[in-house]
Design a protein around this ligand. Structure first.
Ligand code: ADP
Ligand code: ADP
Length: 232
């Protein structure tokens, strides 16, 4: 089952002499229960591709399909709804609200969407990310690794079909990073999710099922069952 598809996606920033062709015809699919890493040099289009896949940025040409919905045909309001219901985000800067506790941060997206938390899932996510005794703490009272685990829990709790992660371990020490990645990997299997992760770190990428490589806005190669050596 394919959860996210990009068809001939192009993205041009600016016009005329100043035009930057960030994506130049990307064809790629991401299956349910598949964890994919996107790698490539700085400026190759990784962030742009992820933003276009997630509907955070519009494509210049081509199509993006999430589940059974072609998002390139949606207006802003429809896009916001679709993201709320199907998409989770994990960013390098954790984007936690400083005045809320860990638990309040984790529950916030559901509250905004007016949905009830699935308590069994909440408990399972909290156990897996190991935050049980940190739920009442504010972000400033948590380590970087713990804050990132809060962000991961927040992304998982609404059971999004797709999770987009932009350098999710960029601000973590290698041990906390490994914990977060192992957890993402497990959640793909247990919750049947699709994860698309941008990273420049071969060790992080080795947690994925496959790695796709971008260069100058084109998808140039792909590695299945990566190891840190095969994606260097
Ligand atoms: P990566 O994430 O691989 O570093 P990006 O997707 O950030 O690459 O950028 C791809 C290209 O598009 C780069 O040349 C970058 O400068 C350009 N670019 C990205 N975002 C914008 C923008 N908002 N306006 C103009 N150019 C942009
Ligand atoms: P990353 O480290 O993920 O590659 P960047 O630092 O390239 O991210 O870009 C951060 C943000 O700035 C992104 O939202 C990207 O779209 C935007 N951006 C990147 N390059 C440009 C540019 N040349 N002009 C305007 N915005 C840009």
């Amino acid at each position: 089952r394919t959860a996210v598809v990009a068809r001939e996606v192009t993205k041009v920033y600016g016009e005329g002499d100043a035009a930057v062709h960030a994506l130049r015809g990307i064809d790629v699919g991401f299956a349910a229960e598949e964890f994919t890493a996107i790698m490539g040099p700085s400026g190759s289009g990784k962030s742009t591709l992820m933003h276009c896949l997630a509907g955070l940025d519009t494509v210049t040409d081509g199509q993006v399909i999430i589940g059974d919905v072609e998002i390139t045909g949606l207006n802003d309001k429809q896009l916001t709804l679709l993201r709320r219901e199907r998409v989770g985000f994990i960013f390098q800067a954790f984007n936690l609200l400083p005045t809320l506790t860990a638990e309040q941060n984790i529950r916030l997206p559901l509250e905004i969407a007016g949905r009830q938390a699935d308590q069994a899932l909440f408990d399972r996510v909290i156990e897996t990310v190991g935050l049980r005794d940190r739920l009442r703490h504010k972000p400033s009272e948590l380590s970087g690794g713990q804050q990132q685990r809060v962000a991961v829990a927040r992304a998982l709790i609404s059971k999004p079909q797709v999770i987009f992660a932009d350098e999710p371990t960029g601000n973590l020490d290698s041990r906390s990073g490994a914990e977060v990645l192992a957890f993402l990997r497990r959640s793909v299997r247990e919750l049947g999710q699709t994860i698309v992760m941008v990273t420049h770190d071969p060790v992080a990428a080795s947690y994925a099922d496959r790695v796709v490589f971008l260069r100058d806005g084109l998808l140039v190669s792909e590695v299945e069952r990566p190891t840190p050596q095969t994606v260097l």
